[in-house]
Design a binder for this molecule. Sequence first.
Ligand SMILES: [Zn+2]
Length: 249
Amino acid sequence: MEVTYVCQAASPARPNDDFVLATEDFVIVLDGATAPAGVDSGCVHDVPWLVARLAVNLAAALLTDPTAGLADVLRDGITATMADHGDTCDMENPDSPSSTVVILRRGRDAVDYAVLGDSAILIERGDGELIVAHDDRTAFLDDHSVAGVSRLRNTDEGFWIASNRPEAAARAIVGGVPRAEVKRAALVTDGVTRLVERYGRTWLDLLDRLDKHGPREVLADIRAEELATPPGTYRGKAHDDVTAVFCRF
Ligand SMILES: [Zn+2]
């Protein structure tokens, strides 16, 4: 599997809360979220710490048992990361730092995937069918206030995310495709899915653009669209951290 990617902060002045860890056989993409200003997360760590620890723990689980189910890998990674917080942090706090998770693994017989939170994975089969695994529940919450998101985080009424609730792993989208059928795949954070959700591209456009022009060109597309969008058009940040990974089989 050939893997190429870009992972860039929204601004050079800010830390990058996205994280990529890739080997020849698996790719992990994380997009961390911090508590808004004024909200006590109960944690002394920052988001770059969280995504780095979670990536390392997920990679350890994948390498320890290459045949483990990805929901089990996800649960073990969350549990190990909770332990890494140590005695300094309150693991009961609902505003504890959190992260989306996307995992793609090329196994002996199948290409397996897992998606938790609002990042996405695209897998193209040899017959041209495009599988899009994308949990966009955060776009449809009935309350996007700070208190509302806190109340809805890691509940079935709201959305599930990797944080301090290992049972979130059971709510991930998981699946697999016979290995011989897979030609191309992509893993992207919500800084990239906006090309489809806001700016009129299709998922296939995105995959083709990654394939033919590379992740850096997709990053340039996103920044150009963001700069051309009047402030206030969309809820949330004008620029976001961007991670786009392309995999060729
Ligand atoms: Zn902590």
